[in-house]
Design a protein around this ligand. Sequence first.
Ligand SMILES: [Cu+2]
Length: 134
Amino acid sequence: MKYRILFAFAPLVLAVACATTGPAVTGGAETGTDVVIDMQPILRFAPTPQTISLGDTVEFRNVSAFVHSVSTRPATPEESASTELPAGVESFDSGDIPAGGIYRHTFTVTGTYKYFCDPHHGAGMVGTIIVTES
Ligand SMILES: [Cu+2]
């Protein structure tokens, strides 16, 4: 009887666990990925700041249950203040990344990149990547 009750609640416990941690991103990083940055349920990029080598490909992984984005295309003065690109570098924007989704970007110019999550900029979801000569 004790065990039957345990089993009856198991799906509920599993559902609650998924709701708080978000979906798992299946599989390892894609081939060619050098660095992984998570987009977390607490509306933060991690790790940040992150130093990488010239030519590295970063895989941004949405490990939360929310839609996130990786953007260097500000639409407001506040977002502009959170954005920085090395001279001559074209801006990039992932668009909406669904729960469990990924976005990959290769960095081919050294310098400091400051980016933000479009839906959560107001919550302080910003990040920095520093690209150095390898
Ligand atoms: Cu976000």
